[in-house]
Write a protein that binds this ligand. Structure first.
Ligand code: TDO
Length: 185
């Protein structure tokens, strides 16, 4: 398994080993012991699957309190996936990093707890599959504006399809007292 660090400490790209043969291929999509060697928690408690059409953008999402770390991947199609450091006081506060995930490249992206996460679909359809370190908590879920100028995320799609919640999401500077996580807490 190849593991690549990004410019945001803790945000990692995994490329699992793929065993191809005349039947097709085999790969381990998660192995608690091996992923823990790279700092991931051994315990993931919820798995999610979403299907989206080309140009759909889901995000930027986070839970506070009760944050979720997410190990995300694509089973069909292709997305551009983004993690944003929203921890107040972090040396990399407000910075983002992104990676193309596809069924073909089989990359996985680890977005640690307290980072905002989002993706946009660049193929006709995408099946997006991810593991979470904590449970969905509707009262704690928050959305951050996908095109906040302060973040300057270079999305490959200019007029994405958004949920109502994501269309109305506040910018980072508009987040209220106690709505953002604090670095090191
Ligand atoms: C995320 C989630 C949603 N739901 C329900 C609530 C709602 O009625 C419906 C659709 O929810 P959403 O619109 O929030 O789905 P979606 O926009 O796909 O939300 C997801 O976006 C990506 C970017 C993430 O990082 C995820 O953590 C999650 O926030 O599914 C659950 O029951 N459990 C869950 O874990």
């Amino acid at each position: 398994m190849k593991v690549t660090e990004t410019e945001l400490p803790g945000v990692l790209v995994f490329e699992p080993r793929v065993f191809g043969d005349e039947r097709g291929f085999f790969m381990e999509t998660f192995n608690a012991r091996r992923y823990a060697e790279h700092g991931l928690p051994e315990r993931f408690v919820q798995d999610n699957l979403s299907r989206s059409a080309h140009g759909v953008l889901r995000g930027l999402h986070f839970q506070h309190p009760n944050p979720q770390g997410k190990l995300v991947s694509v089973l069909e199609g292709e997305v551009f996936d983004v993690a944003v450091d929203i921890r107040q006081g972090s040396p990399t506060f407000g910075r983002w990093t992104g990676v193309t995930l596809s069924a073909e490249n089989k990359k996985q992206f680890y977005v640690p707890p307290d980072f905002a996460h989002g993706f946009v679909v660049t193929s006709e359809v995408a099946l997006f599959y991810y593991k979470c370190t904590d449970y969905y908590s509707p009262q704690d879920e928050r959305s951050l504006r996908w095109n906040d100028e302060e973040l300057g995320i270079e999305w490959p799609v200019s007029s994405p399809t958004l949920s109502e919640k994501d269309r109305e999401a506040p910018r980072l500077s508009e987040m209220g007292e106690g709505e953002l996580p604090v670095y090191g807490v």
